[in-house]
Write a protein that binds this ligand. Structure first.
Ligand code: FAD
Length: 290
């Protein structure tokens, strides 16, 4: 199928893009098009205006802001026109944000990653997408602009249910900032998909670190139907843990809070079993890397 009739404008600057967004209640941004084009072609959406932000020079940036005092970690700032491949193949990203690189490697196929943007994936918030979960695990911040001004959105506040975020209809993400993981932090990224390149059936992004005698963690589960979700029961159980082994009663208690639905390929029960296994594996791996 082909999209419904629409107007297409290639924005020349961020100001131009947000003015166009504000001018039409039914406008949508186009970044890499890897999610929006299927939506248009299948007529799951029919915006009047599509605003292409893929060639705005000021959004094609990858910046490393190093902390200005020794104890402060650096920040990776990814502009909204940077593709997933451009981010993952940058040598400094590879060395300092390994979870981001590991997660991008799991997204679809190279052709998808060569076009799809990091910020587009965050804005889209597909429940099976890797990057919203990584953003929550690493404590990322989204920078959103509209004609009303600019604001920062923490990943904890950004992602609501499936395909739903805290962004207003007239806002665009101009960049996302990932704080640099601290050296004493362990991480793991694990997912199960039916075959390489498929969206995840279930996945876990895990970060653990020792702090003043206790274990702080951010354990984020995705693929089960809602947005990325922290496994807070397990995070609490880890606080005073001496090792990564989790009691099965705690895992079962946490699993009872999950509420996936059956789909054409996988039953809800199977999804829960995958999530339980991946969580146990991810905690063990992150602990080992701590
Ligand atoms: C065959 C196939 C397999 C795929 N497999 C995976 C997978 O395994 N994992 C995965 O995570 N993704 C997968 N994807 C999706 C892919 O990662 C997309 O690139 C990504 O979800 C969206 O990025 P984009 O730049 O293409 O955004 P677009 O498709 O251009 O836009 C997506 C949505 O986000 C909005 N948007 C885009 N940029 C911004 C912005 N800066 N500010 C505000 N709103 C914005 C758009 O208006 C639109 O609603 C797959 C896609 C295909 C076609």
């Amino acid at each position: 199928m082909k999209p419904s009739p629409l107007d297409y404008v290639r924005a020349t600057s961020v100001d131009h893009a947000i003015e166009l967004l504000a001018s039409d209640n039914d406008a949508r941004l186009l970044a890499g098009g890897q999610s929006l084009m299927p939506v248009l072609n299948l007529r799951l959406g029919a915006p009047e205006l599509v605003v292409d932000i893929g060639r705005i020079d000021e959004l094609r940036s990858l910046e490393f802001a190093d902390g200005d005092v020794p104890a402060t970690r650096g920040v990776l700032r990814i502009g909204a026109a940077m593709t997933q491949t451009e981010v993952a193949t940058h040598p400094d990203v590879n060395g300092r944000w390994p979870m981001l690189v590991a997660a991008i490697a799991q997204i679809g196929h190279p052709q998808i990653r060569n076009r799809g943007t990091v910020c587009g994936s965050l804005a889209h918030n597909d429940p099976q997408a890797e990057l919203p979960a990584v953003a929550v695990a690493l404590g990322a911040t989204m920078i959103a602009r509209s004609v009303r001004g600019e604001r920062s959105l923490s990943a904890d506040d950004m992602f609501h249910g499936a395909f739903t975020t805290a962004l207003e209809a007239d806002e665009m993400i101009t960049a996302v900032e990932f704080p640099e993981p601290s050296p004493e932090q362990g991480w793991s990224f694990r997912e199960f998909s039916r075959q390489p390149g498929d969206f995840a059936t279930a996945g876990v992004a895990a970060v653990v670190r020792r702090n003043a005698g206790s274990i702080e963690s951010r354990l984020v589960v995705f693929g089960l139907g809602g947005g990325p979700t922290r496994a807070t029961l397990i995070e609490e159980a880890l606080l005073n843990a001496a090792g990564p082994d989790l009691e099965s009663s705690v895992i079962e208690q946490w699993a009872a809070t999950l509420d996936p639905v059956d789909d054409a390929h996988t039953s809800a029960r199977s999804k829960i079993r995958h999530a339980q296994r991946l969580l146990v594996e991810a905690v063990a791996e992150a602990w080992e890397r701590m």
